[in-house]
Design a protein around this ligand. Structure first.
Ligand SMILES: Cc1cc2nc3c(=O)[nH]c(=O)nc-3n(C[C@H](O)[C@H](O)[C@H](O)COP(=O)(O)OP(=O)(O)OC[C@H]3O[C@@H](n4cnc5c(N)ncnc54)[C@H](O)[C@@H]3O)c2cc1C
Length: 413
């Protein structure tokens, strides 16, 4: 055992340094108030401090750092979307993920091991071929693979012709991977706090004060704070918080569930997903098998997991990997996901001046954490929606310039 570890174990005082400063009173005012200390809020705070010199910032969370969907997702990071604006956006995020551990000095365990999406029908083959071509055109590594290649990529996959929906082909996305979700939130939180950003946990936002069309203050369970800017990054509570500012968002909120099995020896390197079967699977560094699927079919603000989802998701997963039947389930959980009509996020300006939106992340927002923070910080600093996120502007629902990602989000997350 290393000597340092022994000394640490026997030390009379707890010797570790605090990553986040101890809680303190709220100030009367801040330049920027960020509602939500998930990955998106904290990434925005970090980028504001590091790249725009704006450190008079308070991040408020009714719970704890990364305790929302940031802690509940299945950590899929990929850029094989279908609309050019989304491909460019998520590609930029993947680039940031590659250097994030260096940038933050915090290990995110980012692992780029490829993602295989299975096509079980002629229609899927056609759509995936289009997606691969759009991706390649924009510099994202995606290609169609046939049954023989699929067998080489995932030797343990059930390729039987007698399957309910036999596998016809696949979309192989070499840039796909995973990262450790809680360390993303903690890495951004720690660095932002070191630069002077205040993070106030257990601080619930209860109201937004507006004067002459501009945000002036945020009300919380600990008092009212004045601000020049406010941004909401509250994932599954986007409609509820936006309503406090008098904004109606085109969002419906559904639970999304996932589960993990007991750990087993490493056997599955790439991520495997099937939009046809509504199931996706990956193996964590600990050996657990992470299993996810589509959102629940009803709107609800509850993070309770259900037996019927468990049964159907397991049944679909067993069609792909029959030997999973031997595994025991360890945990099952849910998060609330905010779905927009076109399955793309809403970012940038809102009808209230200096009140900024980072919302509508549905089942796919974890992978956007670095780039959304970067773009939202630029937006706030320049008081103008950053060019990269213009296509995700709220106004698109008025102008009907939608960014349709229904096909590329599906059960791939
Ligand atoms: C089961 C599941 C699997 C998923 N898998 C993937 C995946 O594989 N890949 C992917 O890219 N995405 C995935 N997602 C989506 C992803 O998790 C989210 O889009 C992303 O984490 C959103 O991050 P965020 O920082 O915006 O929100 P969150 O992490 O949810 O943070 C929002 C914070 O706001 C706080 N808050 C809410 N209301 C208030 C208030 N009134 N006052 C103060 N604070 C408030 C909450 O406490 C919370 O901490 C998945 C989601 C789920 C549920």
């Amino acid at each position: 055992m290393p000597l340092g570890l022994l000394k640490y174990g026997f030390a009379s005082k707890y010797p570790a340094r605090r990553d986040i400063p101890a809680p303190k009173d709220l100030n009367k005012s801040y330049d920027v108030v960020i509602i939500g200390a998930g990955g998106h809020g904290l990434s925005t705070a970090y980028h504001l401090a590091r790249y725009h010199g704006i450190t008079n910032v308070a991040v408020l969370d009714k719970g704890y750092i990364g305790g929302g969907n940031t802690a509940r997702n299945t950590a899929v990071v990929r850029s094989n979307y279908i609309s050019p604006e989304a491909v460019a956006f998520y590609k930029a995020s993947v680039e940031l993920f590659k250097n994030l551990a260096n940038e933050l000095g915090y290990n995110q365990m980012y692992s780029q091991r490829g993602q295989l999406t299975l096509a079980h029908s002629d229609a899927s083959v056609r759509t995936f071929t289009l997606r691969a071509e759009v991706n390649k055109h924009l510099g994202v590594r995606s290609e169609m693979v046939d049954r023989k290649q699929i067998r080489e990529i995932v030797p343990c996959l059930n390729m039987g012709k007698n399957m309910r929906f036999p596998i016809q082909a696949g979309l192989w996305h070499r840039d796909g991977g995973t990262a450790r979700h809680d360390s993303i939130a903690w890495g951004y939180a720690m660095r932002a706090a070191q630069m002077g950003v205040e993070i106030h946990q257990r601080t619930e936002v209860t109201g937004v004060n507006i004067n002459a069309g501009k945000v002036t203050a945020i009300e919380t369970n600990r008092g009212t704070i004045q601000c020049n800017h406010a941004i909401q990054a509250v994932a599954g509570m986007s409609s509820v918080v936006a309503k406090m500012a008098g904004i109606q968002l085109p969002i419906r909120s559904y639970p999304l569930q996932a589960m993990v099995t007991q750990p087993v020896k490493p056997f599955l390197d790439p991520l495997v997903s099937s939009a046809g079967l509504h199931a996706y699977v990956s193996q964590t560094a600990r050996g657990e098998i992470v299993i996810g699927g589509g959102s629940d079919p009803y709107e609800l603000y509850s993070t309770r997991s259900t037996l019927d989802l468990k049964e159907s998701l397991i049944a679909h997963t067993l069609e792909l990997f029959p030997f999973f039947a031997e595994l025991k389930l360890l945990r099952q959980w849910a998060g609330i996901t905010d779905m927009t009509p076109d399955y793309s996020p809403i970012m940038g300006e809102s009808p209230v001046k200096n009140y900024w939106l980072d919302a509508g992340w549905g089942t796919w927002g974890f992978k956007a954490t670095p780039i959304s923070g970067k773009c939202m910080a630029e937006t706030i600093a320049q008081e103008k929606t950053a060019a990269m996120i213009q296509p995700f502007h709220l106004d698109r629902f008025k102008t009907f310039k939608l960014s349709n990602e229904a096909g590329a989000t599906a059960a791939s997350h």
